[in-house]
Design a protein around this ligand. Structure first.
Ligand SMILES: Cc1ncc(COP(=O)(O)O)c(C=O)c1O
Length: 402
């Protein structure tokens, strides 16, 4: 019998599958609020000007396409660490942090998971309920048992603080807890500084290992404020993992530009741990793709380009915030009596709209508006050109029956 003859097709990816369906939809008024990609007010996902400028420099100066080392280029690692923790952070001075350039944040999560599986084969990985759909897939593929801790309080459209803290207090020592540093995907609900400190205390007391996913630095409040959750944990625990990504804040989605950083209790433990990370990477993809990392390094090495990039990140963030406000106003103007003001206080590209699965299906089938099942909307897909159509359709979907 042939290898593939008995296979039936695997189910499409919940989010990327929606994009395929969107592309095939011929209605001109269609709107894609599914996949987590930033769009400007014209509905485009442009290359940032600072990135284009860096690419011009690279075209002139890049002299070799030879392999990078397993963990990537030293300059890139330094920039990642400074962005994560701030220049001059004591953990950097103490050389307790090591970074590998990985293919996207996804690659960072996966290599971190693979290393952890070698170190803690019997651990359980705890994910927020809900979380980015790929988290479960990544940790399951690495062989972990996965559990969830309460996170979102649907009734109050905020954090289920008591539920979360109680669950994290009960996580056994040596288990792994995945936390979103900012712009929680899919809810847009982030922890306050005090809540982060409390989580750090629990991690230290209970001795579980934090694994931080930092995919949206700069899209929440600003580059510095967005990292405060990470800093709170770094202050309180001896060891942690961070998977970070330049997909969103540099718009480098397809260049697969991310990192896995680990912090150990001492410099020598960090060196040993990193050598095992390198062994893990060697058998997965050997060494990372260079182009995205070179862009990031070129931008961050040059004060003028860096300033331009920071301004571009601010523009993205401000557009997202203004679209959130416009959506809330648009729904109010149409007499929708449900309170949607929570959309304005959520952070990042996503909002948990509270739409039911049948409302999501109605919007897709009748209106050509694509939203992930569960009601997560990518607010960055809203433009001044489609806002009215979207608000009309949402008002219709939300109209009480009868
Ligand atoms: C929460 C979260 N983590 C990680 C990623 C991975 O990003 P990358 O495209 O860099 O692999 C994403 C991307 O959507 C995300 O939303």
């Amino acid at each position: 019998m042939n290898l593939f003859d008995t296979l039936t097709p695997a189910p499409p990816d919940a989010i990327l599958g929606l994009t395929e369906a969107f592309k095939a939809d011929e209605r001109p008024e269609k709107i894609n609020l599914g996949v987590g990609v930033y769009q400007d007010d014209q509905g485009r996902t442009p290359v940032m000007a600072s990135v284009k400028a860096a690419e011009k420099v690279l075209l002139e100066t890049e002299s070799s396409k030879s392999y990078l080392s397993i963990g990537g280029a030293p300059d890139y690692k330094t920039h990642v660490q400074r962005l994560l923790l701030g220049e001059g952070h004591p953990a950097l001075h103490a050389e307790r942090v090591r970074t590998a350039h990985t293919p996207g944040g996804t690659g960072g999560l996966r290599v971190g998971a693979e290393l952890l599986k070698q170190l803690r084969p019997d651990a359980t990985v705890w994910l927020s309920d809900p979380t980015w759909a790929n988290h479960r897939g990544i940790f399951t593929a690495a062989g972990f048992r996965v559990e969830v801790y309460p996170y979102y309080d649907a009734a109050h459209k905020g954090l289920n603080e008591a539920g979360m803290m109680t669950a994290l207090d009960g996580v056994p020592a040596d288990d792994i807890v995945l936390l979103h540093v900012c712009c929680h995907n899919p809810t847009g609900v982030d922890l306050t500084e005090a809540q982060w400190s409390a989580v750090g205390r629990l991690a230290a007391d209970r001795r579980w290992t934090p694994f931080l996913d930092f995919a949206y630095q700069g899209l929440g409040v600003d580059l510095e404020t967005d990292r405060r959750g990470l800093l709170a944990l770094v202050d309180q625990v001896p060891e942690l993992f961070v998977a970070s990504s330049f997909s969103k804040n540099f718009g480098l989605y397809r260049e697969r530009t991310g990192a896995l950083s680990l912090m150990a209790a001492t410099a020598s433990a960090a060196t040993a741990a990193f050598s095992h990370l390198e062994k893990t990477i060697r058998v997965l993809y050997s060494n990372p793709p260079a182009h995205g990392g070179l862009i990031v390094t070129t931008v961050l090495n040059d004060p003028a380009l860096r300033e331009q990039w920071e301004a571009e990140v601010a523009t993205i963030r401000e557009r997202i915030q203004s679209v959130r406000s416009a959506l809330v106003v648009g729904l109010k103007e149409r007499g929708v009596d449900r309170d949607f003001s929570f959309i304005e206080s959520q952070k990042g590209m996503f909002s948990f709209s509270g739409l039911t699965d049948s409302q999501v299906a109605f919007l897709r089938e009748q209106k050509g508006i694509y939203i992930v099942k569960g009601g997560r909307i990518n607010v960055a897909g809203i433009t001044s050109g489609n806002l009215d159509y979207l608000c009309d359709a949402l008002a219709e979907a939300l109209k009480p029956a009868g």
